[in-house]
Design a protein around this ligand. Structure first.
Ligand SMILES: Cc1cc2nc3c(=O)[nH]c(=O)nc-3n(C[C@H](O)[C@H](O)[C@H](O)COP(=O)(O)OP(=O)(O)OC[C@H]3O[C@@H](n4cnc5c(N)ncnc54)[C@H](O)[C@@H]3O)c2cc1C
Length: 500
């Protein structure tokens, strides 16, 4: 039984949690981090990421501040462009259909760069994300879609770096620690109930609690209840431990549900992937090069404009669209011209892939697809392309189709060069959008918008920022910005109580 009273307990062990821990420690608070997963499975969804952050930067000089060892060679061969506050806000507004909470969105955007520099100050290193966010086109890299920064060592490097820094500043970190509920007393939230290693529930007291323990994406029952029918069958891309506990605990004491409870980040994902993410094969299920394909459903029909925008602004809503197709699956079909744009994961064992030298030979191999329907779709598509616009993967090239019921707006290459290849995809859920309401100082609010004393939140379980869709790279940034704020506020609040 733990008798010590901590200033701040942080629930969770991903990016948001460790940013909160670091920030509370900077306030002089004593900090206990409680992470549900065993140590070898630590790091939550964060550890499944490529560690890529969407952040504001006004040209290469800002990139240099975040990546000081950027070489002159890299600068010479790269068009980094810029990504301004206005662009980031526009992107969040547009993809969320302007439902995003403006105060939370402004906080996220305006504090993005400073927060990355702060993480860097704690020993985490960053690099430009050449591998996944820029194509080499005619000898020059150009970043598309607004996010260029990735952590050295990916998500695992990020969360391990943050955890190391937190321990160095004095945090106690306990794994296999399943927090089940919040303790309430005269001053508000006063600690948590927790089971270590599945044992008897214990109480640990604290002056403030930060909830940073993820959404409900790994809870099959909640997915079906809130996201809707069919979501029980979706594959979870990341950790199995984010089952909505933090949201439930907060709602149990009167927190306000906020954001889009029926919405989630979901992608087109290997159809026969395991039920949960596999830390040793984090990217193996990704099928994010669909903008260079046509996607067909069981009837052999296209059902989405694969090239409506850069994949950073379309991939996070595609899982739902695939799930809505008959049987909840689809195939991505490429010809040899697009092979060079397929990421490594398309080539790994475990991808459900078929190849053929003609479309007629390919058609019967597309399991569960009407072959005649597919062949008609492919022929109609090839005939509808305006070939005068040159293909360019780094810009929205305007190479489009004319006259199809479902257009393809960019990167419309005909399927005409053998060999052809196709990949079976289903829906992979990344994280859920509904959660609790916080203010811009990360205090959890009740239904009257009044802060619940002693309770703060950050990361996936915060509702109100993302709706329908999501600008790639914003999840880590949101967790970092609000994690840092929540730790600072919780630390100040707790230290204030201690000296009373
Ligand atoms: C495959 C994949 C790739 C992604 N790529 C990117 C990317 O490149 N860039 C980006 O910005 N975002 C990316 N995301 C989204 C990103 O992972 C999340 O937005 C972000 O990591 C969430 O951070 P978090 O700290 O809120 O949650 P997490 O990192 O998931 O941490 C939550 C932690 O809480 C713990 N927990 C849960 N319940 C309890 C409990 N009851 N008691 C104690 N602990 C508990 C969990 O074990 C977990 O460790 C990706 C997600 C996935 C799955």
């Amino acid at each position: 039984m733990e008798t010590k009273v901590y200033d701040v307990i942080v629930v969770g062990g991903g990016n948001a949690a460790f940013c909160a821990a670091l920030s509370a420690l900077e306030q002089g608070a004593s900090v206990l981090v409680l992470e549900r997963a065993p140590e070898e499975k630590r790091g939550g969804n964060t550890s499944f990421t490529g560690g890529t952050f969407r952040t504001v930067y006004n040209g290469v000089d800002d990139i240099r501040k975040i990546v000081p060892d950027l070489s002159d060679h890299d600068i010479a061969r790269t068009d980094f462009g810029e990504y301004t506050v206005a662009q980031f806000l526009d992107d969040i507004g547009r993809v969320t259909q302007y439902h995003t909470d403006p105060d939370l969105a402004e906080t996220l955007v305006r504090q993005s760069t400073d927060t990355l520099l702060w993480i860097r100050g704690h020993g985490v290193r960053f690099v430009p994300n050449y591998g996944r966010q820029a194509f080499d086109h005619e000898g020059r890299y150009k970043f598309f879609g607004g996010f260029v920064i990735a952590t050295v060592g990916g998500g695992r490097g990020l969360v391990d770096g943050e955890a190391k820094a937190a321990r160095k500043l004095g945090a106690t970190v306990r794994y296999d620690a399943h927090v089940t509920s919040l303790l309430r007393g005269a001053s508000g939230v006063e600690g948590v109930r927790v089971q270590f290693g599945g044992g008897v529930e214990e109480e640990i007291h604290a002056r403030a609690v930060v909830l940073a323990c993820g959404g409900f994406e790994s809870n099959r029952e909640w997915r079906t209840r809130y996201l809707g029918p069919g979501w029980d069958l979706a594959k979870v891309r990341g950790t199995r431990y984010n089952t909505g506990d933090g949201i439930r605990m907060a709602l149990d004491i009167g927190a306000q549900p906020y954001g889009q409870w029926s919405g989630c980040h979901s992608v087109s994902w290997e159809r026969y992937a395991p039920d949960f993410g596999e830390p040793e094969a984090q990217t193996s299920g990704q099928r994010n090069c669909y903008q260079f394909s046509i996607m067909v459903n069981a009837e052999g029909k296209r059902f989405v404009d694969e090239g409506s925008d850069f994949r950073n602004f379309t991939y996070a809503k595609l899982g739902r669209i695939v799930l809505q197709q008959p049987g909840g699956y689809a195939w991505q079909v490429f010809d040899a011209q697009s092979d060079q744009f397929l990421r490594d994961e398309y080539k790994l064992r475990g991808a459900t892939k078929v190849t053929a030298n003609t479309l007629e030979e390919l058609a019967p191999q597309l399991e569960g697809v009407n072959p005649e329907g597919f062949l008609k779709t492919a022929r109609d598509y090839n005939a509808a392309i305006t070939r005068d616009a040159p293909f360019n993967p780094n810009v929205k090239d305007g190479r489009h189709t004319v006259g199809l019921e479902i257009p393809k707006s960019n990167w419309a290459n005909p399927l005409e060069v053998a060999p052809f290849q196709a990949y079976a995809v289903g829906a992979g859920v990344t994280f859920t959008f509904g959660g609790v309401k916080i203010d811009t100082t990360a205090r959890v609010l009740d239904v009257a918008d009044t802060p619940l004393p002693g309770l703060f939140a950050a990361g996936e379980l915060v509702g109100g920022i993302f709706y329908f869709n999501y600008p790639g790279g914003s999840g880590l940034m949101s967790g970092a910005v609000f994690g840092r704020i929540s730790g600072r506020e919780a630390g100040q609040y707790a230290c204030g109580l201690r000296t009373k």
